[in-house]
Design a protein around this ligand. Structure first.
Ligand code: ZN
Length: 447
C-alpha cells in the first residue's frame, strides 16, 4: 500500500492549525459576512468558486433564509457595565438571533439565556435557525452570579442584528480530469468560534485539495464543497440534481483535529466502494479506529444519502458528533486541536484517495445471463478440467458484480476473496473478452 508521509512538508499539521487559528474568531453562520469571509479565505488557498443562492430560493423542501448581519450584542447592568459582551465571544449571542433592544428585569431576561449546569464554566453554542428568537448564551456560573442580584435588577439588552434579503454562500473547488466521474468531498462551514467542529474538517479538506491539485494524473474529477450545514448541502443538491450520475464516491469531513481515533461512518448503501475502500485503508494502517453503521442523523451525509439521491457518501471524523464533552460549547476551541491529529487525518485521506484512484472497475460485456464458460475453458464442470475452485468462484463473482461501477476492492470485500485472485480472474476474463475495464485505475504513484 502507498506510503504517504514523504510528499507532505513536515509542518503540514502546524500549517493546518495556523489556518484554523486565523479563521477561528470569525462569526460564521448559515448566511452572512463571517461565512463569506471564511470562503474567501479558502479561495486564497485553493481555486474556490463562490456561489450565491438568493434568499427566498427553493432548496428542495427548504427555502433559503434571509441573510443575517450582526454588528454587536450585549447585556449591560444599571452601571452601564457589559456583563455579557459579544465582543468577548461570538458564542454569547445565539446564532441567527433576531435583533432586539430593551430594558428588562432579570426575570424577563432570564428565559432568553442558555447555559449548561453540568458544565458550569463553558458557554453553549445555540442557534435560532428557521425560528424567530433572540437570546444569549453564558456560562452557568455567570448565570448564577447574575441571578443573585435579584429578579428586579434591570438590564439594558441590545442585539444589533438584522435579517435582510441577500444570499446563502457556498464554495466549490473542482479539480478536473478527463473523466466525468466525481469524488465529492464535503465540509460544513457555518459554525462560529468552534474549532474541531467545523474548522478541522475545513482545513484538512483544503490541504487535501492542495495535494490532489499537484498530482500529475488522476482518474476522477474532485469536487470539494464548503457549505453551511443542512441548508447549504440542500442548496448544493438542489443545484446538482444529476449528482447521482456523477458522484462515484464521497466523504463528509468533520472533527478531524482531536486526539480520538479515526471513525468512519458507512454510507447508507453500507457496502459501496467508498465503504470497502475506507474500511480497508483503516485496517491496513493498523492504528486504532472505528467503523460505524449509517444512521440518518449527524452531518450532511444524511442529505447525500437521502433516498432520492442515495449517493455513495460516507463520513470521516475522529470523535463523532455529540460524542466528546466539548462538542457545541466554548471548550471546542483551538486547545482541542492537535497538529499531529490533523496531519494523521490528512494522511489517511491521502491513502483513501490513492486507493480509490488505483482501484480498477470492470464491466461485464455479456451481462444478460451467464456467458457459456465451458466453451471457453472457464468452467470446471463434473470431472472436467478447468480453473481451480477458488479461481472459478472469482470468475463467477466478477461476472456477477462487474456493473461498471463496482471496483475490485468492493468485490473483494463482498466475496471475501483475495484481491490478487480477483485480479488474476479479471485478467482471464479480459483475455476472453468477457470483461472490460471502465476505469483502468492509476497504477503509477500520483505524487
Ligand atoms: Zn456542529
Amino acid at each position: 500500500m502507498s506510503t504517504t508521509k514523504e510528499t507532505r512538508p513536515h509542518d503540514t499539521g502546524e500549517r493546518m492549525l495556523a489556518l484554523a487559528a486565523e479563521m477561528f474568531p470569525w462569526h460564521r453562520s448559515i448566511t452572512g459576512a463571517g461565512l463569506r469571509q471564511t470562503l474567501e479565505r479558502i479561495a486564497t488557498e485553493i481555486p474556490l468558486k463562490l456561489n450565491e443562492v438568493p434568499s427566498g430560493s427553493t432548496a428542495l423542501d427548504f427555502e433559503i433564509p434571509l441573510e443575517w448581519t450582526i454588528r454587536d450584542a450585549y447585556v449591560a447592568d444599571s452601571s452601564g457595565r457589559r456583563v455579557i459582551d459579544y465582543r468577548a465571544s461570538n458564542l454569547h449571542v445565539i446564532n441567527d438571533s433576531q435583533g432586539f433592544r430593551s430594558l428588562l428585569a432579570w426575570s424577563e431576561l432570564e428565559p432568553h439565556l442558555h447555559s449548561l449546569p453540568e458544565k458550569p464554566d463553558w458557554i453553549p453554542y445555540r442557534t435560532a435557525y428557521f425560528r424567530q428568537e433572540w437570546g444569549f448564551c453564558i456560562s452557568h456560573r455567570q448565570r448564577m452570579q447574575l441571578a443573585q442580584r435579584g429578579p428586579q435588577e434591570r438590564y439594558e439588552v441590545s442585539i444589533d442584528a438584522e435579517h435582510q434579503p441577500g444570499s446563502l454562500t457556498y464554495g466549490e473547488c473542482v479539480l478536473g480530469s478527463e473523466s466525468e466521474e466525481e469524488v465529492l468531498i464535503h465540509a460544513h462551514a457555518c459554525h462560529p468560534s468552534l474549532a474541531n467542529d467545523n474548522l478541522s474538517g475545513i482545513v484538512v479538506a483544503v490541504t487535501l485539495a492542495q495535494l490532489i491539485a499537484h498530482w500529475p494524473r488522476r482518474h476522477y474529477r474532485y469536487r470539494f464543497v464548503f457549505a453551511p450545514a443542512t441548508i447549504g448541502a440542500l442548496a448544493w443538491l438542489s443545484d446538482n440534481p444529476n449528482a447521482s450520475q456523477r458522484v462515484r464516491h464521497g466523504l463528509v469531513l468533520a472533527q478531524l483535529g482531536d486526539s480520538a481515533p479515526l471513525t468512519y461512518k458507512r454510507s447508507q448503501r453500507h457496502s459501496a466502494s467508498i465503504d470497502s475502500i475506507v474500511t480497508r485503508v483503516l485496517r491496513e494502517r493498523q492504528q486504532p479506529h472505528r467503523v460505524i453503521d449509517f444512521q440518518p442523523w449527524g452531518y450532511d451525509e444524511r442529505q447525500f444519502c437521502s433516498p432520492g439521491f442515495d449517493l455513495p457518501v460516507g463520513r470521516l471524523t475522529r470523535s463523532a458528533d455529540g460524542e466528546y464533552p466539548e462538542y457545541h460549547t466554548s471548550a471546542d476551541n483551538l486547545s482541542l486541536l492537535r497538529a499531529d491529529s490533523l496531519d494523521d487525518s490528512l494522511a489517511c485521506l491521502v491513502q483513501i484517495v490513492r486507493t480509490l484512484e488505483e482501484d480498477v472497475v470492470y464491466r461485464n460485456v455479456s451481462p444478460y445471463g451467464e456467458p457459456q464458460l465451458g466453451r471457453r475453458g472457464l468452467y470446471a464442470g463434473f470431472g472436467r478440467t478447468g480453473p481451480a475452485p477458488q479461481l472459478q468462484k472469482a470468475v463467477l463473482w466478477l461476472l456477477n458484480q462487474s456493473n461498471g461501477r463496482r471496483g475490485l476492492l468492493e468485490i473483494a470485500e463482498r466475496s471475501g476473496l483475495d484481491l490478487e485472485l480477483l485480479r488474476r480472474a479479471a485478467e482471464l476474463l479480459r483475455e476472453h473478452k468477457l470483461l472490460e475495464a471502465s476505469n483502468t485505475g492509476l497504477q503509477t504513484r500520483a505524487c
